[in-house]
Design a protein around this ligand. Structure first.
Ligand code: GDP
Length: 191
């Protein structure tokens, strides 16, 4: 079943499809050190703790958010646990993902180029209706910026992606990132 684990309703009682309660697999991709773990921990636990790495082998962290139309979205967030280094493993990782968040560090142009590599990978191998977000993290480090807002915006626009700059350190735009993703998810029709 290709759709298993993808966007689909989840009624917590019955496990049945439920247009009001979405459950989605979300993967993060990007160079090591751009802040993927910190973004997840900021979103899920509300803290910035660079020493607390998501344990290798842990399946995922999850976090549910409520939208204004009273639907909920439960994100099952998969951390690469360093596997982004092994390009061959990547398709296993993002198979079935409804959302891919590609992260770079605004102080590191190499990480921006690497992000573009991941976008191409996802366009080739990800599911056709995957929601793609491009995130320029470490936006608190303005004086060290080497990737302009315009570069991020233009690349995202060209590729039909949602773009946002975040700071896991200050919490800037972290919740907004996930809310905007939630709004862009295809909805199962309520029958
Ligand atoms: P990952 O390898 O992509 O998961 O990156 P981590 O989440 O482990 O973060 C790598 C380093 O970047 C850590 O030392 C964090 O302290 C730092 N970091 C992460 N996010 C931010 C941020 O928004 N601002 C700043 N200034 N540092 C950050």
């Amino acid at each position: 079943d290709r759709s298993a684990g993808r966007v689909g309703g989840l009624n917590p009682e019955t496990g049945d499809s439920d247009a009001k309660n979405l459950r989605v697999k979300l993967v993060l991709l990007g160079d090591s050190g751009v802040g993927k773990s910190c973004i997840v921990l900021r979103f899920v636990r509300g803290q910035f703790d660079p020493t607390s790495k998501v344990t290798v082998g842990a399946s995922f962290l999850s976090q549910t958010i409520a939208l204004q139309d009273s639907t909920t979205v439960k994100f099952e967030i998969w951390d690469t646990a360093g596997q982004e280094r092994y390009a061959a493993l990547a398709p296993l990782y993002y198979r079935g993902a409804a959302v891919a968040v590609v992260v770079y560090d605004i102080t590191n142009p190499h990480s921006f180029h690497k992000a573009q590599y991941w976008v191409k990978e996802l366009q080739k191998h990800g599911s056709p209706d995957i929601v793609l977000a491009l995130v320029g993290n470490k936006a608190d480090l303005q004086d060290k910026r080497e990737v302009s807002v315009q570069d991020g915006t233009e690349y995202a626009e060209k590729n039909g992606m949602f773009f946002i700059e975040t700071s896991a350190k200050t919490a800037d735009n972290i919740n907004q990132l996930f809310e905007e993703i939630a709004k862009r998810l295809p909805r199962p029709s309520s029958s």
